[in-house]
Structures are given as C-alpha cells and as structure tokens.
Ligand binder design. Structure first.
Ligand code: ARG
Length: 492
C-alpha cells in the first residue's frame, strides 16, 4: 500500500490514502490540536493512524460510549438532553457503519476519533461532552477487552462444533482398530475412536484456557481516564455493569496499561492452534499413499496440475502452517509490551493487529478442521493391516507372561524380545509362530497365549480407566457429550 523512498519524503505515495490524509489535516487539529499551529506531516499520519485496522472495534466503541454517556447523565455530569442527543447520534453512527455509509478518515487516526468527529457533525456541541471524564486510553482498553471477550465466545462455540464432529466420529469408530504410535513407530493397536477423543480432550482444555482468560479479562478499565482517574463523580460500577463486566478494574494505572488479557488470549490461541496443527499433521500423514488411513472429501482435497492421481490435503497443510501466525502474534505482542514503562504508550496501539489476525486465523483453522473431518472417510482395512503388522501385540505377550506365569515384567520383556526376533527372522507375525517355537524360548507358554496376540483382543483388553478398549470409548463418548456439548444448540 505504501510506496515511498525513505530519503525523499516528497515521493510519498499512498494509493488513495495520501490525498485523504492531506485533505483532512485540518480535521485533525480540531480534535486535539488546540496548541498545534500546524497539522502533522503526512508520514506522521501514516505511521500514527490505526483506523485501517481498529475500525473493527466500532461496535464495542459505540457500546462503551453509550454506557459512558448514560453514566455521565445519571450522575449529573452531563445534561439529560445532551445525553439523549449523544445516544441518538451514536445509534445513527452504528447504523451508518453497518450499512457501509460511514466514511472512515485516516486523518482522524483511530476509531475513537472517527466516531467522535462524526458525532459532532451529527449533533453539534453536545458531542464534545461525551469525552468528559474519559480518555482514549481507558476507552481503547475497554473496547479491546470487549472485542476479545466476544471473540472468545465465538471461538469457543466453533471449537465446540469441532468437538461435536469428533465425538460423533469417535462413536462410529469406537471399535475401529488402528495402529497407535510412539516415535511414529507402530507401538500398540488402539481404536480410532480413542484417538479422536484424545483431541476432544485437548480442545476441551483449550476452551478452558479461553474461559479462564475471559474470566480474568472481564473487568472494566472505563473511568480510569488517561491514567490517574478523574475528579468527576463518575460511577465506574455502573458502566462496568452496563457492559457486562464483573466490576471495574481496581487500579487506574493498571487499567490503561494492562495488555496481559490480550497476551493470555494469544497464549491460549497458540496452544489451541498447536493442537490443531498436530491434528493437521496427522491428517497429512493419514491421507498419504503409504498410510491411506483417511480419505478427505473432494471438497477438501486439491488436485495437482501435473500428476492426475494426486489428492492433496492442502487445507490440513495450511492449518499446520497458519498456526505459525498465531504463535508469531503472541511473540509480537510480548515484544511490544516488554520494557514499556507504565502507563499507556503508543506502542500499545500495535496490540491490535496481532490479536485480530490470530483470532481470524484460529477461527478459520477450527472451521477448516471441522469441514475436513465432516467429509472424511476412514479406511478401516488399511488401519487394521498396519495395526496388525510390526509386532504391535508384543506388550500383550509380555503382559501375559507376567499375568499367567507370574514372571517379573523385566524378564517377560526379555523373553518377548527373543520371540519378536524369532518372528522377524522368519518374516512372520508373532501370532504365526507355533506353540512349539514359543515353548523353545519359554517352556511355560501354553496355547492360551494366542488369545492375546490378535489386535482385537489386545484393544478389547485395555479396559483400564482412560484406555482404548471399544467399551471404554463408547462410555467416554457419553461422558464427552455431557461434558463438552451440553447446552449446545443446533450443532450436534
Ligand atoms: N488508537 C490508540 C490505540 O489504539 C488509542 C489510544 C490513544 N491514546 C493516546 N494517548 N494517544 O492505542
């Protein structure tokens, strides 16, 4: 958008924006320029303006202003007639913005001044009373908290929808056997439903982290004014309640300078994104030819321009990659905030874009993951084939030796290792060894051992709490529904 040579400011070109900036210099000085003879330099405006991104806060800004005006009037700080004009003007502005009729001006810097300036156009002098006992510092902190709060609510319900899809799949695949991995080496057979429910738990904690963040952020900065509070007899409890906050923030300096609510949101979003990225990576692996555990729908696959056989899992790859932006946003804001003295510094205007971007990215990733899973088809035959190879029931064999022959586990591990080696040398599975072969290694082994060598028996036996047995999965599905989906409307 910007195209200028740093050593020659006169070459400053902004597509469409330079004109607007230069034309509206005069407007700026009427807002805060009582002691300024000259308007700001065009480059100053370019670096200073945040309206391009903070216009997203319009609804919260207007909501906050309406609550503030009502409180000012209720406490006889402004006249009821002025308050009525302010309320009406703010409603008009909300409508103008929502219908696209509002013209945002870069010269008016940010959303707060754009709204206030338009209010003056609409209602005249009364508009100037709205900013009594308030500063943009407490105003922006309030708007931003309200915005993050709304976003948390939206994201949490998107994440719940994703959980609902996973829980449904888990139920359908409670007994579908797949290989479980450690080190991405086939380890023990598990059920696909159990694997899916692992993510349901992760997402449950992710939602919990967002809820924690929401609980802590839900205090109102409004009325902290610039930093020190105000001499007007305001009622911070009243504005806090009107905006759905639990109460006013305790310390005015903290109220205008705290951004840890945004950092907590980004941290929670990063962890949630990290989980989605792991799941995305599994989809990439599972959809690959050699695995073939999952087939994504046409709607979530892309073709190759040169290789007709390809079905690429681009959405999964992008979820895996996009999470980098969320984690990057957390880093960005931590770096912006570290080392800032109390209280407000303009640095803090840089808090918004990372949060906006992270929120949007996470929302898209959650929705794309849901879309992929909704249309995905599992390939149980492939899963079973891989689960049955690679001696995945070796632990079951060792456990049998412990349970039936009362062998110490370490010794059982050793005996099993010898049997695995024997099977491997013969190019067979453990269950293909003869009883005589096995008894050659450990005389106490009986025919019954074959019962535990099949993968079905293996998973069915893992009934310990939290284990992978199909019965456990079905029970866990019920618990997950009650725990995570209760109160969900329409999405299940
Ligand atoms: N646009 C500003 C921001 O987002 C609003 C607060 C400006 N405050 C100030 N003292 N200049 O941080």
């Amino acid at each position: 958008m910007l195209n200028y040579a740093l050593d020659d400011v006169s070459e400053f070109q902004v597509t469409g924006m330079a004109d607007k900036i230069n034309k509206s210099r005069a407007d700026t000085s009427t807002i805060w320029g009582g002691r300024f003879a000259d308007g700001p330099d065009a480059l100053m405006e370019a670096i200073n303006a945040s309206i391009d991104f903070d216009k997203r806060l319009y609804a919260q800004d207007i909501r906050g202003s309406k609550a503030h005006a009502a409180m000012l009037a209720a406490n006889s700080i402004i006249d009821p007639a002025d308050e009525a004009k302010i309320q009406q003007g703010l409603d008009t502005i909300l409508d103008e913005i929502e219908t696209g009729a509002f013209s945002f001006k870069a010269a008016l810097e940010d959303i707060h001044m754009n709204v206030e300036s338009r209010l003056a156009e609409l209602i005249g002098d009364a508009a100037g009373r709205l900013h009594t006992a308030r500063s943009r510092n407490d105003q922006v902190a309030t708007d931003f908290r309200l915005w993050v709060r709304d976003v948390i609510d939206g994201l949490s319900s998107e994440m719940q929808r994703l959980q609902a899809v996973m829980i449904g799949m888990a139920e359908a695949h409670a007994a579908t056997i797949m290989p479980g991995f450690t080190h991405l080496q086939t380890a023990q057979p598990v059920t696909f439903g159990h694997h899916l429910l692992a993510y349901v738990e992760m997402i449950g904690r992710d939602r919990g982290r967002l809820a924690d963040c929401r609980r802590r952020l839900n205090e109102s900065p409004l009325g902290a004014a610039a930093l020190a509070g105000t001499s007007f007899p305001i009622d911070r409890g009243m504005t806090a309640a009107a905006l759905g906050f639990d109460g006013p923030m305790t310390n005015s300096l903290d109220a205008v300078s705290d951004r840890d609510f945004a950092l907590e949101f980004l941290a929670a979003a990063s962890v949630a994104g990290m989980h989605l990225s792991r799941m995305a990576e599994e989809l990439v692996i599972w959809t690959s030819g050699p695995f073939g555990f999952i087939r994504l729908s046409d709607g979530f696959s892309t073709g190759s321009s040169i290789m007709p056989q390809k079905r690429n899992p681009d959405a999964a790859e992008l979820v895996r990659a996009k999470v980098g932006r969320i984690i990057g946003s957390l880093n960005t804001l931590l770096i912006v905030m570290k080392g800032l003295p109390l209280t407000y510094g303009k640095d803090m205007q840089e808090d918004k874009e990372p949060v906006f971007d992270a929120a949007e990215t996470l929302g898209l990733c959650v929705a794309a993951m849901r879309g992929m899973l909704e249309g995905a088809e599992a390939c149980p035959d492939r899963m079973l084939a891989v689960a049955s190879s690679g001696f995945t029931t070796a632990t079951d064999l060792a456990d049998w030796l412990v349970r039936v022959l009362d062998m110490p586990f370490r010794k059982a591990h050793h005996v099993t290792g010898e049997l695995v080696k024997m099977a491997e040398d013969r190019g067979r599975g453990l269950e293909d060894l003869s009883l005589a072969d096995m008894q050659g290694v450990e005389a106490g082994i009986t025919q019954e051992i074959f019962d535990v060598l099949g993968v079905e028996n293996s998973v069915a036996s893992r009934r310990s709490f939290g284990g992978t047995a199909p019965d456990n999965v079905l029970a866990a599905v019920k618990v997950a529904r009650a725990r995570y989906l209760e109160g969900m409307d329409g999405h299940d």
